[in-house]
Design a protein around this ligand. Structure first.
Ligand SMILES: NC(=O)CC(=O)O
Length: 411
């Protein structure tokens, strides 16, 4: 994979130019895109700044995020050819930092749960996951050093796990979702994909304007809570092996790991995620339902139709439970520096009919806490492990994840 930090180091050392760095991505796209299908559109003659902390970094942007110079089509024929007048706030920030916005990446329609045509870069007979399918696949295939995605359920962490790359779903609203098509305003969160944890740490620190996020010190002996999320059902053997490997690596790196059962009402909040998500999606996509219902994809269409039966009182009760759960989780972090759990139920499912199950991700999206996928070396298709820290402590989540990633690399 192309490492953002490595590219920036080579540019700083004068051994690579920004134009040369973008050319590396273009050459990788030419080689891999035909088999992977991660990109919706590619800029033919993009501006390649020579200054800024992202100079030379070719970026992929999920196609629900507005770009002024490329169409933004939401993964749907309803928006075929749609050209927003301006960039989303996060895209403007990328350009101000010197990035080259090279391509729009495939998305499940409206960032929902319907599959795309994108294939897993490790095995074209498997899904890359979703809804940030193209972003995870493009980074996992070595086409791009950085890609933007979003997560409402598990759409950053799960595809990163399936494609073997690092990713962060940051603290809720750390990055602005202005100019990003809304599915659920209480849940939608911008996320980042990179080759390794250090790459997404660098990117998030600069995008958020918070240098302390990159290089935050991990405690020498981090207290890690191992969370199995039994209420979500059993994980597949490959995911259990990956989590065990990550736990052992954490202990080799000096961490004290102990299993913790999530207290009430966290399991209840997990079960209520869909009430909040779907109630809000039916309002966020009201125009599409009213004017283009026949063009909505199968799964999202059924999901939005069913949401009509959710009364406001049920939605309000779910939000109250989520609020109580955030307070309980904050107290839990008084005993732990980070939590360690599954990134996905197992490796990428075969075929392109499903993007996988967000059951190990959605609670953390609802809690608004930072989540990092750490790729776990192994045979067969990639399976990651998920490192989670308290709300607002994105630097600690990244620092503990880097420690585990390094210990895994040492074997
Ligand atoms: N957008 C989402 O997070 C949905 C999913 O998990 O696939």
């Amino acid at each position: 994979m192309l490492s953002l930090v490595d590219i920036r180091s080579r540019i700083a050392a004068g051994t690579l130019t920004p134009e040369g760095a973008v050319r590396l991505s273009r050459e990788a796209v030419a080689a891999r895109e035909p088999a992977v299908g991660a990109l919706v559109s590619v800029a033919q003659d993009p501006v390649i700044p020579v200054e800024g902390p992202f100079a030379g970094i070719a970026v992929g942007v999920k196609d629900i995020i507005d770009t002024a110079d490329l169409p933004t089509q939401m993964g749907s024929p309803i928006y075929a050819g749609w050209r927003p007048r301006g960039d989303a706030a996060v895209v403007s920030r990328l350009r101000a930092l010197g990035a080259c916005v090279l391509a729009k990446t495939t998305t499940s329609p409206f960032a929902g749960i319907d599959p795309t045509g994108t294939r897993n870069p490790h095995d074209p007979g498997h899904t890359p996951g979703g809804s940030s399918a193209g972003s995870a696949a493009a980074v996992g295939a070595g086409m791009l050093p950085l890609a933007l995605g979003t997560q409402t359920g598990g759409s950053v962490i799960r595809p990163a796990s399936f494609c073997g790359c690092a990713a962060i779903k940051p603290s809720f609203r750390l990055l602005p979702t202005v100019g990003v098509k809304t599915f659920s305003w209480a849940l939608d969160t911008l996320g980042l994909f990179g080759a390794e944890v250090r790459d997404v740490a660098y990117a998030l620190a600069h995008l958020a304007g918070r240098p302390e996020i990159d290089g935050a010190a991990s405690p020498d002996a981090p207290r890690i809570g191992l969370v199995l999320q039994d209420f979500a059902g059993a994980a597949e053997p490959e995911a259990q092996r990956a989590l065990e490997a990550a736990r052992r690596a954490a202990e080799r790196a000096g961490a004290r790991v102990s299993e913790v059962a999530l207290p009430a009402p966290l399991p209840e909040a997990w079960a209520l995620h869909g009430v909040i998500q779907d109630y809000e999606a039916r309002q966020a996509l009201a125009w599409e339902i009213a004017a283009h219902r026949a063009e909505l994809p199968e799964k999202v269409g059924r999901q939005l139709d069913a949401a009509a039966a959710i009364p406001a009182a049920e939605y309000d009760a779910a939000r109250r439970c989520a609020h109580r759960s955030r307070r309980v989780l904050k107290d839990l972090f008084g005993d732990f520096d980070a939590l360690l759990t599954f990134s996905a139920a197992g490796p990428a499912p075969a075929g392109l009919g499903s993007t996988g199950d967000p059951r190990y991700n959605r609670l953390w999206t609802l809690m608004g806490v930072p989540c990092v996928n750490v790729a776990v070396p192994g045979d067969g298709l990639p399976v990651g492990a998920q490192v989670i820290a308290r709300f607002g402590d994105d630097g600690r989540a990244l620092a503990v994840a880097r420690r585990i990633e390094a210990a895994l690399a040492r074997g």
